[in-house]
Design a protein around this ligand. Structure first.
Ligand SMILES: Cc1cc2nc3c(=O)[nH]c(=O)nc-3n(C[C@H](O)[C@H](O)[C@H](O)COP(=O)(O)OP(=O)(O)OC[C@H]3O[C@@H](n4cnc5c(N)ncnc54)[C@H](O)[C@@H]3O)c2cc1C
Length: 579
């Protein structure tokens, strides 16, 4: 059959959750369209020894961004999984959710029921937590049972190779010496401090847990109502000819098959786009949903004018500080120190906070101007969004982590990758051509606003303090990057040499969100709180692109939970006959 109740575009992290849950009812037919192949036996995917084996390979879309105008027109590589399982097949497996108030903020953007309490059952539902072994506990693995689910689909645990050599104690004691407390479980909605995080892996088989292993392979072959189209690329939604009530309905999805022919899969129910933060907005645009100013540039007739499509991109800049060490550190490090704005700015917190709040209108004006097309957003909408973010981070009781220091000891060196978790800069993802096979144009506008530089520099400054503090200081010899020649010893966050070094060397942290934001349409939202595209009757988006504001965790845990919650919603709509 080429007609289905649900067509899911993208068999990735979110898409496979939906595929599994929707097809659990044998009366519901589900098609999954995935551009990539199965990678069940790909050793670069299954291996849990080191991060990054698949990056740049054939299962990575490896997009190149637009030149970043605030950082010398550098272009950046955006990795994204092109495989059954999507980006969960290539990611770093870090399993860290979000700070409670960040999810609560989603509700303030017009999403009833989207708060920490509402998402919590789904964080637990999807998880199959595995207790650490004695050795892993000795090496620093800690957790709180109440924060975990034990019967879900996604295996979560610690690596068999979790770094020992007392590294967890060294980093914990050093963090504590500077006032950053030990956090026994950062997955309970309270993330700040030092912790040893678990990974999405099967600790028994020692294999990466990706979305396909968790949600697809266990049911493949046993559900004739679930049809998977691999190596098949969706190019556009096919719409019903006319609409009585100005609400557009999808009739199907046009695809390019593995033999390069163009065909259409039809639906009697819904189309769900789960193509990720970079491809989902592009798919809407090639289907005529988006800002008319963008669509018309490429000769696409607007079917649903929707100004927010692709317009609210938020991502994080990542760079590494490195020290030489006399020790050959071995194993998989999974240690992190999360710092709040107060941790970062110390005595300057009050003045920075005042400055951010008094500059919100200026930030909004810059963001709006950079988004280019006058109609894409309005200054007052941006002000409201940026103010909400500022209130979360820069209030004197805030526990929201603003910077992540991810420790990476290795052979004769100790490094830390670090990033501003919540930049105020905003960018976009739009189509770069009318041809859906041409890669989208990604522009995160990194360091659009000076506050983002200060946060990144303050994290660097705090890291240097940590490297100077015992016991960590006794295990390092000299600074390799950036080095005191490039950034003088003692330079504080306002020192221009930090800015120069950071802007010349940062990369994306690969956490793009919000390009099809779930929020009020008047704020620039693309989908409502049920994932439905505004102006459409039967098209939803469910993936990282709907996350309306960046979170301090890594994304996959939240994407899985979000997809679980949406799946339940979709099934309940079906039960009530809602189309
Ligand atoms: C290098 C890297 C490291 C990361 N590390 C971590 C980490 O350690 N921990 C963590 O929690 N998160 C991490 N993340 C982020 C996290 O993995 C992603 O945010 C999350 O997996 C995204 O899920 P998604 O469902 O939105 O998209 P995806 O999982 O990317 O799924 C989208 C799917 O759609 C398919 N697709 C796209 N376009 C089409 C089309 N037109 N037709 C058909 N199919 C299409 C893609 O091939 C893909 O399979 C990392 C991300 C990257 C890139």
């Amino acid at each position: 059959s080429t007609s289905f109740d649900y067509i899911i575009i993208g068999g990735g992290t979110a898409g496979l959750v939906l595929a599994n849950r929707l097809s659990s009812d044998s009366n519901i037919s589900v098609a999954v369209i995935e551009a990539g192949d199965s990678v069940f036996n790909n050793p670069n995917v299954t291996s849990v020894t080191v991060f990054g084996l698949s990056l740049g390979s054939s299962i990575d879309w490896s997009y190149i961004s637009r030149p970043q105008k605030y950082t010398g027109n550098r272009t950046l590589t955006y990795n994204a999984g092109k495989a059954l399982g999507g980006t969960s097949t290539i990611n770093g497996m870090t399993y860290l959710r979000a700070e409670k108030v960040q999810i609560d903020a989603w509700e303030k953007l017009g999403n009833e029921g989207w708060n920490w309490e509402g998402l919590w059952p789904y964080y637990l539902k999807k998880e199959a937590f595995q207790h650490p072994t004695e050795v892993q506990t000795e090496n620093g693995a800690t957790f709180e049972s109440e924060a975990h689910g034990f019967n879900g689909a996604v295996a979560v645990g610690w690596s068999k190779y979790l770094m020992g050599q007392n590294m967890s104690d060294i980093l914990r004691q050093t963090s504590e010496a500077l006032g950053y407390h030990a956090n026994s479980d950062a997955n309970d909605g309270s993330m700040s401090g030092f912790t040893t995080w678990p990974l999405t892996l099967n600790a028994t088989t020692n294999i990466r847990e990706d979305a396909a292993r968790a949600y697809y392979y266990p049911i493949s072959g046993s559900r004739p109502n679930l049809c998977l189209f691999l190596n098949t690329t969706a190019t556009r939604i096919v719409w019903e000819d006319s609409s009585k009530d100005s609400i557009m309905h999808a009739r199907g999805v046009e695809v390019i098959t593995p033999t390069n022919s163009t065909e259409t899969l039809y639906t009697t129910g819904e189309v769900i786009i789960s193509a990720g933060s970079i491809r989902s907005p592009a798919l809407l645009e090639t289907s005529g949903v988006g800002n008319p100013a963008v669509l018309e540039k490429f000769g696409i007739d607007p079917v649903i004018p929707l100004l927010g499509v692709g317009a609210n991109l938020q991502d994080q800049p990542n760079i590494v500080i490195s020290y030489s060490s006399p020790v050959n550190w071995t194993g998989y490090p999974s240690f992190v120190t999360y710092l709040t704005a107060k941790d970062l700015f110390g005595a300057d917190f009050d003045s920075i906070s005042r400055s951010v709040h008094s500059n919100i209108s200026r930030y909004a004006a810059t963001v709006t101007a950079d988004l280019g097309s006058a109609n894409e957003t309005t200054i007052s909408n941006q002000e409201r969004l940026l103010k909400l973010q500022a209130d979360l981070i820069f209030n004197s009781n805030s526990t929201v982590p603003l910077a992540e220091l991810l420790w990476a000891p290795g052979p004769f060196s100790i490094s830390s990758a670090f990033w501003n978790l919540l930049p105020f800069s905003r960018g976009s993802v739009h189509i770069g051509a009318s041809d859906p096979m041409v890669e989208p144009s990604i522009d995160a506008n990194f360091f659009q606003l000076p506050i983002d530089e200060y946060v990144q520099a303050a994290a660097a400054h705090r890291l240097r303090q940590l490297f100077k503090t015992p016991p960590l200081s006794t295990y390092v010899t000299s600074e390799l990057a950036p080095s005191f020649t490039i950034v003088p010893e003692g330079a504080d966050y306002g020192d221009g040499s930090w800015e120069q070094w950071i802007k010349a060397g940062y990369s994306t942290n690969q956490h793009p969100v919000s390009t099809c934001a779930m929020m009020g349409k008047e704020l620039g939202g693309v989908v409502d709180s049920e994932g439905r595209v505004y102006g459409s009757g039967n098209v939803r988006v469910v993936d990282a692109s709907v996350i309306p504001m960046q979170v301090s965790g890594h994304l996959s845990a939240t994407v899985y939970a979000l997809a679980e919650k949406m799946a339940e919603r979709i099934l309940s709509d079906r039960g009530r006959g809602v189309r």
